[in-house]
Design a protein around this ligand. Structure first.
Ligand SMILES: [Mg+2]
Length: 346
């Protein structure tokens, strides 16, 4: 009787787990092919150029993503035990599966948005939808709303994305738009909305993307990050709530208090965005210090780290990353090419 029970329950469960693990492994391999690790062809172009800051903003996404991903959504005690307190490139919890420097959806979708910006400077929504469909085969650690919307898109339904998700999926991929539209705020906000809609149609998910885009753009312009110039414009029905949360983030950073527990580090856009800004306001020039604080808080570590990395890079250029091994991050070569192309559009 027990034997039958074992055969009936355990075997299908094992088979299912094996199938899922195989599926993830296959996607991971395809992701390495589509977005290769850097081949070391980086020109030594430091200095205070727009190219340098644009590349740093994009590579900041990948660096934060790669440093944070192994810790995403895991208990903090476990990640501190397994990976240590400091940011270093590590493989995943399952060592066989992931090489160190592996990136996830945050960087993958950032590249997808970059590719949808045409050489004439326009954002092409159709290209972006095609990129989303291509991404499906290589998706690593994707969010729920993005998955559901891309599945609908692939079934020929190009209605706007999830109307109820206030996740950070749209915000995580806006950095290329800040680079390409650094001279034109309205064009950037338009492109942010158009790039959000296929997966995130909720007003606050788009508002969060607007704030992330505005922050990156201001820093690329060398302008200060003031709450009033960060607020979402058209989309949000909660401007006061955004203003309150961003002001709280700034005050916590200026007072030197631990702010992340209070602000929250989940994938909810009202958590993610204030925490990203808090980290930048508190540690604008010390990415490692900020990441260590983030790792102590846990949560949606890779996305918060990715957007924080974009702000650090946009503001400080490549020098801001010091000795962190950005050359060893998956996609660094692709990001450098895209950064150069987008910077040339301005
Ligand atoms: Mg991710």
């Amino acid at each position: 009787m027990l034997d039958l029970l074992f055969l009936g329950i355990a075997l299908p469960s094992f088979a299912y787990l094996a199938y899922r693990a195989g599926d993830v492994a296959l996607r991971q391999l395809r992701s390495y092919q589509a977005i290769p690790f850097a081949s070391g062809a980086f020109a030594a172009e430091t200095g205070d150029t727009y190219d340098d800051h644009a590349f740093a903003a994009l590579v900041g996404v990948a660096l934060g993503d790669a440093l944070g991903m192994p810790r995403e959504s895991l208990p903090v005690w476990l990640t501190q035990l397994r990976f240590g307190a400091k940011p270093t490139l590590r493989r995943g919890i399952l060592r066989v599966l992931r090489r160190r420097g592996t990136i996830s959806d945050d960087t993958q979708l950032t590249i997808a948005v970059a590719k949808a910006i045409r050489d004439d400077g326009s954002f092409d929504a159709e290209t972006f939808e095609r990129e989303l469909a291509d991404w499906w085969r290589i998706r690593i650690g994707p969010g729920r709303a993005t998955c559901a919307s891309v599945e609908r898109l692939m079934n020929g339904d190009s209605a706007p994305g999830d109307r109820n998700s206030q996740g950070n999926g749209a915000a995580m991929r806006v950095v290329p738009l800040a680079i390409a539209y650094v001279d034109d705020l309205e064009a950037m906000l338009d492109a942010v909305r158009n790039s959000s809609r296929p997966t995130h149609a909720d007003a606050e998910a788009i508002a969060g993307a607007e704030v992330a885009g505005r922050a990156t753009r201001l820093l690329l312009r060398g302008e200060p990050l003031e709450v009033v110039s960060l607020l979402p414009r058209a989309s949000s029905e909660n401007i006061e709530r955004w203003e309150k949360l961003l002001s709280a983030a700034k005050e916590l950073a200026e007072s030197g208090d631990d702010g992340l527990d209070e602000l929250g580090t989940t994938g909810w856009v009202f958590h993610t965005i204030p925490s990203v800004l808090y980290l930048f306001w508190r540690w604008p020039n010390d990415f490692e210090q900020g990441l260590s604080a983030l790792f102590r808080a846990g949560g949606d570590v890779d996305t918060v780290a990715a957007l924080y990395g974009a702000l650090v890079g946009a503001s400080g250029g490549m020098d801001a990353f010091g000795d962190l091994p950005w050359q060893e991050v998956q996609g660094a070569g692709v990001l450098q090419r895209e950064a150069g192309r987008l910077a040339a559009l301005t």
